[in-house]
Write a protein that binds this ligand. Structure first.
Ligand code: DP6
Length: 330
């Protein structure tokens, strides 16, 4: 019996305009559109083999067998692919992240983007970019933005058909950098998936959502015009709005550590001295410090001097999710 195998690689992304809250949590149809940048230096590589000899799905991450919630998510995703194709064969999934676990970098985006390519191909589907983005979204919302290249917009839509991501500009369009400042390696207490469900309990969420088209427009324009000052303003505002919603949810979500606030304040003070830089923070305590490539050295020197900084990972705008040679190293 034939084993069908495919391997793919995808980058995580950092959201400049955030996804927070769903109109349909089961399909990850978001309350608002979002914009992100793929992170070139970080990636997940995933090999999927549909194997008639298997009696159940298998999933390993960085060489270790996974059996908990993460396995359930992968197996549910494979069920969705199997249902689409009309097959019942189980699969083995081997994933490797080149970035350390516990650094607060969402591996679900690169993970489900790579899995979408590899699983759909191994199951015999040849999906175009839009269909791949929609498929990745069913695994993890932000994964749909890791399918296209460079700077990417996820059109919220209102159903599975029209909720997908597309590139605004390729990775080489703009030389900006994400310095991912790790201040905690602990697992976050509330996952993004659980957090999305709480967004609607905040009084501020309707305001955040209603104004989203305006922020998306400002961010899109700033990227297209390579206007860093404009980008900085809207990125920091959007991050603050999402955290305001988190802080005013019931129960309240406070992901920050003291070092998170230290970095936020430092970044704002550096900007006042004329350094082009801003921060954005996802559902965790670690801070993404976005700067122009020509001020990278100054920024990392400054960050290194701050208390509580454990590690800094540097990443430039990244390419699309792509297939790899099946015999590629894992
Ligand atoms: C704060 O895509 O991780 O990073 O769809 O439940 O997997 P699920 O959530 P996820 O949420 C991302 C939340 C965020 C903002 C963003 O990336 O837009």
């Amino acid at each position: 019996m034939k084993v069908n195998t495919a391997t793919a690689l995808a980058h995580p992304n950092i959201a400049f305009i955030k996804y927070w809250g769903d109109i349909d949590p089961s399909m990850h149809i978001p309350t608002n559109g979002s914009i992100s940048m793929n992170l070139q230096e970080l990636y997940t590589r995933t090999r999927v083999s549909f194997d008639p000899a298997l009696e159940h799905d298998q999933f390993s991450l960085n060489g270790c067998e996974v059996e908990d919630v993460a396995f359930r998510r992968v197996s549910d995703f494979l069920d969705y692919v199997r249902k689409t194709v009309g097959i019942t064969i189980f699969a083995s999934v081997e994933s490797h992240n080149n970035f350390p676990v516990g650094t607060g970098i969402a591996s679900s985006a690169s993970g489900f983007a790579a899995l979408s390519l590899a699983a759909s191909k191994a199951a015999g589907l040849n999906l175009d970019e839009r269909a791949l983005s929609r498929l990745a979204r069913t695994g993890s919302g932000s994964a749909c933005r890791s399918i296209p290249s460079g700077f990417v917009e996820w059109y919220a839509g209102s159903s599975d058909q029209d909720s997908y991501a597309q590139s605004i500009a390729p990775s080489e369009h703009w030389d900006i950098v994400d310095c991912i400042v790790v201040v905690s390696q602990e697992e976050k207490p509330i996952s993004s998936s659980a957090g999305h469900l709480l967004a609607g309990t905040s009084l501020l969420q309707p305001t955040r959502v209603t104004d989203a088209p305006n922020r998306l427009e400002r961010c899109r324009k700033a990227i297209l015009q390579r206007d860093f000052d404009a980008l900085v303003e809207v990125v920091e505002l959007d991050s603050n709005l999402m955290h305001a919603v988190m802080l005013t949810s019931s129960p309240t979500l406070l992901y920050w550590k003291p070092a998170t606030v230290t970095i936020m304040q430092a970044v704002q003070s550096w900007r006042k001295t004329g350094l082009p830089v801003c921060y954005t923070i996802d559902a965790g305590p670690n801070v993404h410090v976005i700067c122009a490539n020509d001020s990278l050295q100054t920024i990392t020197d400054n960050l290194d001097r701050l208390p509580g900084v454990l590690k800094i990972l540097i990443s430039h705008p990244g390419g699309p999710a792509r297939f790899e040679n099946n015999r590629s190293r894992m």
